[in-house]
Design a protein around this ligand. Structure first.
Ligand code: PLP
Length: 365
């Protein structure tokens, strides 16, 4: 009997349904000969805004830059503190550090893996200027209490939406709660380009104008530089590819939700599964389980031809790059990093493959 190999992700398969349209768009692009900041970027910004019922969207080079430019837009002072979940992907923390700000880690809720609003208050000091909620794995943070705290303490909110395209909280989409919503279109994200890309949703015309300058050398008008900017533009070609895929984002999310439901309904109860809560529309960018024997399970699945990933194997405060934080203790984050395992759950997978993963996993128990 031949082994059915199931990779964790397969980008070629994922983009196969769009192949004809992508080729046509590339051919149009070549004919047109306009590569940077043209109609495709403007149209994508408009369409991504319409998707979120938001007016102000600025395309940028990647998700990290979306976070950095959002922070830069706020004019914080060096040494100001930014509250961030202790179990996020390193990019959120790097954005804070690159702006000469101080990340203040707050532990997540062990059930949701998202920042625990109860613990935010204790982390606020006279230097706190912002909260960066990260909608991890595709599930929104509990935004109501976070927004309340921000309002009471006059803090900015910059949402890291890199894993949450179209995720909802009480009917509203990730990226529309805070002052800024920062998105990545890295190829594996629910809305993925064919290279690096990102975007920012913001709430005021002032921030919108400033972000447009920040991404393009601080320039308001060609060769007139009002502020110290970056080169962080969204490529025309990537914008044109994203315009093809955006109309399918709901379909992609629904497909992943369908696969997640198979896991949720059929996986043995000894695996800790993502919590499902009324009012939270999870788009399952990542479908993770937790188990104390994570490493053995990963190896066992590998032997059965099933690919998995760990998001993430090392907690940020244990990274060599963040040496000053290596002695801090975040037991909930550590627990998650030691036990989490991400299962195949991509637009590239079909239900038959997921049932096979379930069968193999349930056999382990
Ligand atoms: C992917 C990701 C980013 C960074 O996006 P890039 O486009 O790779 O720069 C930031 N934060 C989170 C939570 C991510 O998953």
């Amino acid at each position: 009997m031949s082994l059915m190999k199931i990779p964790y992700e397969n980008l070629k398969t994922l983009n196969h349904p769009f192949e004809a349209e992508l080729k046509k768009r590339f051919s149009d692009f070549l004919d047109k000969g306009w590569y940077i900041l043209g109609d495709e970027v403007s149209l994508f910004e408009k369409e991504f805004g319409d998707f979120h019922q938001e007016q102000f969207v600025v395309g940028v080079a990647n998700g990290l830059d979306a976070l950095i430019l959002s922070l830069k837009c706020c004019n914080f002072q060096p040494g100001d503190e930014v509250i961030v979940p202790s179990n996020t992907y390193i990019a959120t923390i790097l954005a804070i550090l690159h702006c000469n700000l101080v990340p203040v880690f707050v532990e997540p809720d062990i059930r949701t893996y998202n920042i625990d609003p109860e613990k935010i208050k204790a982390a606020i000091t006279g230097k706190t200027v912002a909260i960066m909620p990260v909608h991890l794995y595709g599930q929104c943070c509990d935004m109501d209490p976070i927004l309340l705290i921000a309002r009471n303490h006059n803090l900015k909110i910059i949402e890291d939406c890199a894993q949450a395209h179209g995720a909802t909280y009480k009917g509203k989409m990730a990226g529309t709660f805070g002052d800024f919503g920062a998105f990545s279109f890295y190829p594996t994200k629910n809305l993925g380009a064919l290279g690096d890309a990102g975007a920012i949703i913001c709430k005021s015309s002032q921030d919108y104008e400033k972000l447009r300058q920040l991404r393009n050398y601080g320039s308001e008008k060609k060769y007139h530089n009002g502020i110290i900017g970056f080169n962080s533009r969204l490529d025309e070609i990537q914008a044109s590819f994203l315009r093809i895929k955006l109309p399918y984002l709901n379909k992609i999310n629904q497909h992943k939700q369908q696969l997640a439901t198979i896991y949720l309904e059929n996986l043995n109860e000894s695996y800790i599964k993502p919590v499902v809560t009324e009012g939270f529309g999870n788009i399952y960018h990542i479908f993770n389980i937790r188990h104390p024997e994570r490493d053995r399970i990963k190896a066992y699945l590998q032997d059965e031809g099933i690919g998995t990933e760990i998001h993430y194997p090392v907690a940020p405060h244990k990274q060599k790059a963040l040496k000053a934080m290596n002695d801090l203790h975040f037991p909930i984050s550590s627990e998650i990093h030691e036990t989490t395992l991400s299962l195949p759950c991509s637009f590239a997978h079909d239900t038959e493959q997921i049932y096979r993963v379930v069968e193999v996993l349930n056999k382990f128990i």
